[in-house]
Every structure is written in C-alpha cells, then in structure tokens.
Design a protein around this ligand. Sequence first.
Ligand code: IVH
Length: 703
Amino acid sequence: MTQRNAISDLSEVEASLELERLAIELSKANSAYHTHDAPEISDSEYDALKKRNLAIEAKYPHLKRKDSPSEQVGSAPAAGFSKITHAQRMMSLSNAFDDNDVRDFDKSIRKYLNAEESLEYTAEPKIDGLSLSLRYENGHLIHAATRGDGEIGENVTENAKTISDIPHHLQNAPEVLEVRGEVYMSHADFAALNERQLENGLKAFSNPRNAAAGSLRQLDASITRARPLKFFAYAWGVLSAPLAQTQMKSIESLNHLGFSINPLTKSFDELEALLEHYRYIESQRATLGYDIDGVVYKVNDLSLQHRLGFRSTTPRWAIAHKFSAEKAWTRLEGIDIQVGRTGALSPVARLRPVTVGGVVVSNATLHNEDYIKGLDSKGETIRAGKDIRVGDWVEVYRAGDVIPKISDVDLTKRSEQALEYVFPDACPECGSLAVREKGDAVHRCVGGVACPAQAVERLKHFVSRGAFDIEGLGAKQVEQFWKDGWISQPADIFDLKNNYRTGLQQLKNKEGWGEKSADKLFDAIDRKRDITLAKLIFALGIRHVGENSAQLLAMNYLSWSKFESAMRNAHIGEGRQWEELCAIDGIGQVLAGSLVASFQSEYEFEAIQRLVAHLTIEDAQHLKIDSPVAGKTVVFTGTLEKVTRAEAKVRAESLGAKVSGSVSKKTDLLVAGPGAGSKMKKATELGIEILDEDGWLALIKDL
Ligand code: IVH
C-alpha cells in the first residue's frame, strides 16, 4: 500500500482531495469485488481506506462528500441479479476499539435512557462474512437478498436455498418474518475450495470472506451449491409479530425455528462480565474454525432497543468491539508544534518510519501537553503514566486501524540525556503567548489573526469545501497570495480582481499562472459572491462553530441582518438575545460565547463587515418535515417519566420541531410532566396548547 500522510498533517485542501481519491478508489474496489468477485485490493487495505476516509471526515466534517463512502453501508448492487428493496434498511455497526470505548457506549446509552442501574447486553462473535436478509411469508422462504447499499440488495434467493443452514419452510413462524445473519465459509472448506480452484487452473480466493461472497453471488446456483456455505442468524428485519421481548430470547426463538445461531452468544447484566466474554471469545478465536473480527454487543431489552433507535446507518443500541490492531516499536525523533486556525498548538511526533499493519507510519498525533505526560483528558493515567521524551523508543498502533498513536514507551531504553518535554509557552509561529486556560487541555496562541499561522489557516478554512469552496483557490494558492501580501482577510479575496496591485495583469504574470487560469479564478470568485447564510456563518471560522451549528444558526435567524444584529446586541451570559441564542438546541454556552465575542471584537467585526459588503446572502428556511409538530416550537417541562429529556428533544427535533427551554408567545406546545410549575402557568396564561407526556407520545406515536 502506498504511504499516505498522517491525517494530522493534511491541510483542508489536501484532505478534500484525499476524500475525493478515497471515494473513487473505494468505489472501484467495490465494483471489482462485486462484479467479478476478484478484489483488486486486500480486505485489510480496503478496511484501511474506509477507515482513513472516516478519520478524515471526523477531522473535517464539513468536507464530507455527498457520495461519501461512509454513508454507504455496503456497495451498490451489481448488474446481473435482480434487485430487492429491503423492507427495512440493513444497518451497519459503529465500532469500539478498546474497553473504554465500550464503557463510553454503555454510559451514553444509560444517559440517553436515564437508566442508573446496569443494563443487560448480549455479546456474540462478529462473523467475518457477508450479511443476508431472508424473507419468509406464512413460513415459506420468499426471497433472499444481499445487503447491497443497505437499501437495495441483490436477489440471491436460488443461491441461498442451496445453503443447508437456511430452511425453506418454517413452522409456527410469524406470518411475515425477515431473518438476518451472516453467510460465511469455514477455514477447512475454504482451504479445500482453494485447492480445487488451483487444480482446475482457477484463481485462489484471498480469504474466506471473499470466497463466501464469490460463491453466494454466482449467477448459476449450481456453482453455489457446490460450495459449502454456512449461515448464522443474529438479527431480524420486518416482523408481523414479535419473536420475544429480548434479543437473547429472539435469537433463541430463531434457533427453535431451525436457524443456526452462534453458540458463543450470551447475555450479561454486568459490563465487566461482558468485557470478560470478549476476552474469552478472543482467546477462542484461533480454534473456532471460521473468521471473526470482533465481538458485537447489543442491548438485550427490545423495548429499550426501540427507544434508542438508529443513527443514519447504525443502531444506537449495538456496537462492534473490534480485536486490537497491530503494533510496532520505533524511535521518536522529534516533536513539532503545529498552530491551527483557532490558535491551538498541536504537538506532532516525528517518528523513525515503521510499518504498522502494512502501512508506513512516520508521524503520530500527540494531542496536547497532558497526553505527552501520560494523562488523558480527564487527568487519568494513560500508557501507565509514562511520559514521552524525544529519543524514546515508543510503541505505535493505528487507532481504528487508521490514526497513528503511541501506546507505550520503553523506559529501559531511555537515554539519560532524554529530558522531559517542556511544552512551549509561546507560539512558534508568531511568538505570542501560548496560554493554557483552566479546564482546557490545549495551549492556545493569543495572537488571533495577528498570528500568521492562524490568519492563513482561517483563510484556508474560508475557501474550503463546506465554506466558500472557491475553485482554483486552495490551500497552496492561499498561502502564496498571503505570503505575497495579496490577501490578509477574506474580503481581500473579493477585492483581488479590482486591486491594481493584484488584478488580472499581475496575476497572469505570476509564476504558475496564465491569462486563462487567472480569468478562471476571478470567475470562480465572482460566482461565490452569492452565498447561503449557513455557509457564510461557517466560513467565518469562529471557534466552536462547525458546519452543523452554522446550519442551526441559519435556520433559527433566517437572514443575515437578523443574525448580525442579534450577535452585535447580545451580552455574554444575559439578556434576551443571549437567551434566544442559547435556547437553540445544539448551541451551547461555549459556542454562544465564542460567537458573540467575535462579533464584538471591533477588528473581527470590521473584517466581517468588509466581507459582507461583497456578498449577496441567501436567506435560510425552516426545516420542512411532514409531521404535526414540524416547524412548531415545543417546550418540555416537569418530570418526564417514560423518556429522558434528551430523548424527547432528539425525537421532537427529528420530527421538525424546534425545542426551546422557555415559554414565550412563540411557543406552540408545552409538554408538561409532574412538577411543572411556572412554565405551565405562563403557558396557560398565553393560551398555549398543553399536553402531558402520554398525550405527547400519542401525538408522535406512529411517526
Ligand atoms: S448485528 C442492526 N451481529 O457486521 C444491527 N452484525 O460491521 C445489524 N456482522 O452489517 C448487525 N456478525 O454484516 C450483527 N453478530 C453480528 C454480526 C454482524 C457480523 C456484520 C453484519 C453487519 C456488519 C457491521
């Protein structure tokens, strides 16, 4: 595999190019795998590409593409098979890479459900095969479909019928029953199949999963029949009647109906016991006779699963705990400091290049001062508290198989000259103080836009995808124009053409530019004089304001003039404008404070004014969703007994409602539980519709 830059080293423009490259490469790999069952890259390379894509998206959420590979659960169905639209989408799983990720998963679930006591979970091997959905009506197997892209799969009914684990008829099954599970091939069958392939002068399969996929997806079912495939049932789709009340009992009921279920599936009411079972399964991995790549945990109680629901492609109630990644030792040759758009100083480890899981790693993120010291964000010990020093031998792994991190330090090899790393208290770029505020792990350069690194990074952000996205004006050009003194603020970009120092005549004579490219650039800039409110807010590059929050702000204020006047008139911590800003769901006090402070810094506000004078800003619109509460402002008060506040809020918002914390003339609906006081009184006075919790649940029941 070609070496790629560490994600922490990527500029925004590089990141966006890389996302484009990954989308193309992954789509090519998908079709090679699916149309010819002849993968051009190995599974681990494929996984690494997918994970790299995810990690870049996590760092630059605003660069995420519309055709992002991470939104695709599998791959689009191949030609040759007829298509089946899944009655219920086939989901993927989010991943946990260590025990702490699993503890966080449990915590977030309990928080969502407001459950103090421990929850029951099932744990079962994650089978490394391909998923299949089987639909039974009145006990007859009607069709079998591969996952495809999660929405539409391929009709592989005839092939599935050749698998001995898949019953053609069921007795005492619900009228409609969709059984989901994994098709896989055992190690022994894989070895025998490859032997036959070679004997017949055919290509060997690279691993059991590809062999299983290639075998199931044969247009001629007689070929599938000759290949020994197996099937474990672990989930279901549409059901006309529930199988049971819990995950465990439902799986057992599938077993009674005639499906094979994995014998290592167990339920636990203690998180630590769950993790113990993970270690047990890991210890059995080599003897199972088939490939597994982790352990899947699921909330056992199905009514809780229902309440937790789904994110766009993964359930909230399940997670895959992957087996740990490969590690390697190397020498730490230096620590560099990079200064970001908001002034954060990020330490980066420069490593003697080393191969980890097939990829050469030469940089690793060191996050911040505490991390170097061996402490995590909560001040707890990591790496057994061992600090990292230049010259040390360090153990490197790739978190999520992508992001290089340091897991250990070999103290026996530490030289006596190796000194404890002293985090700089000045910005390496501008010399301003680098301050670490109380409660913050990060050192920040106080230079603001006077710091060249921050100013350039902000300009790069301004032109990036998700913001103004100006074609031909990427990180490289921004850096050059900045160095030449052509641009120092966003408004300068729109002045470039008419400025006698920087206009067409000048640009076309510049190295790397000609008349055509210069013209093209000015046209691209002109096209972006029309911009949506959300993009403008995001482009300003204000700390904490990401693409999502910019969208929320735009949807709430609707026009630039309303937004600007609210921000100018707001006082941090008090007053109507402040309250309204903080009442927007998803806008916290920290973000609000940073936003208001920016608009009230005369320097920054002047820069914003200069910019806005060049633009025509398109108003935003309230979200349109078809539900009785869409566009309405809902307030929850008192104690909710069936769902938590957080859950109620998420649900209301997903139905298009705006959830506010206070009752005003603008409130459309108050949902009041026991103990509701002043808000209830005020709502009654204002004649606002009031529902109790049951009334609310009934209103949104079938949505
Ligand atoms: S549950 C809604 N359980 O892993 C939850 N999936 O990475 C659906 N897989 O798409 C999935 N073993 O193809 C589940 N015991 C197991 C699994 C399992 C393998 C696969 C499945 C899924 C993928 C997600």
